[in-house]
Design a protein around this ligand. Sequence first.
Ligand code: MN
Length: 378
Amino acid sequence: MPRFLHTADWQIGRQYVQFPPEDGALLAEARLEAVATLARLATEHAVDAVLVAGDVFDAQAVSARTIRRLFAQLSGYAGPWLMIPGNHDAALAESVWTSAMRIGALPPNVHLALEPAVLDFASLGFVALAAPLTQRHTYNDLTEWFDAAQTQPGLLRIGLAHGCVQGLLDEAIDSPNPIGADRARSARLDYLALGDWHGCRQVDERTWYSGTPEADRFRDNDPGFALLVDIEASGRAPVVTRIETGRFRWRTREAVVSVASDVERIAGELAGVQASDVLSLQVSGQVDLPGLVRLRDAIGLAEAGARHLQADLSALRLVPTAEDIAELDADGYLGELIAELRDAQSAKGDAAAAAVAAQALELLATFLLEGRTAVADP
Ligand SMILES: [Mn+2]
């Protein structure tokens, strides 16, 4: 009974320039570690082959060192690794693949299809129909020829392709590269291994996106898996099992604050962050001064506990209460100014002037608060 491990979208060489270097370097390193994990899983589950459905590399201009390091991660599985280029590492005349071959980095058990090909693994009971991308974007379906491809009866027909199943993922997908929604049936495939959609997703009984083994962006589409695919015999439906491979958990959280308990709830969630969390937090609404202090403290602690936390409070409006302003202890000129702004904020008649006063009050309170925090925290 042939068994496969299906993976895609390794995106090796991806740079996380939007992150501080210490976080970005670890996230990039995790992509290589994910490949080592795949090799270990392939061996543990005794698969007949690993199917890598494109975007092994994130870019064509990956350093020789990174290319060598990637292929070194494969050493944990001695069986065949089937690879096709995707849109990020398309098989151009000069590509990351030609670089890899030039430096002799490809191990002998990597079976790379740089052009459309039927790869024969008769001794293992299957053939692979490979539809590599030879340019970054195409507008014709590169899997069309699968339908007419003749293969030896009795051998499983396994497809590998990278792109967008038509009518399914059009808006959100990485690239145009269309794939017929009915391809597995029309080409009599036992399994169609797809890449490009970074989340794990079933298309039909025989067609799956494995997703990327290690999340690389803030999109809640189920990344961080590989698929174990068991096919009892030609024509039988595959049994597909998701295996968790991801190390970091990327999440987005949008929170709205209107009452004090909202701040407590967010602080409670932040207290639960773990070293594997990469979190993007956006807070909107309005908050009083103690609420803002509490929120900033909770964010500060969570920043230290998470792999990465980016908090955006730009849509959160500070609305200090009268007690808050008294607490700021601003006397003399500042005290008069605050009182003036507070009156102007609630003055009736000129709405525009009231809004400006509210904004000025918020700024001033924030500066005073920050000054106080800075003194209290030498
Ligand atoms: Mn892609």
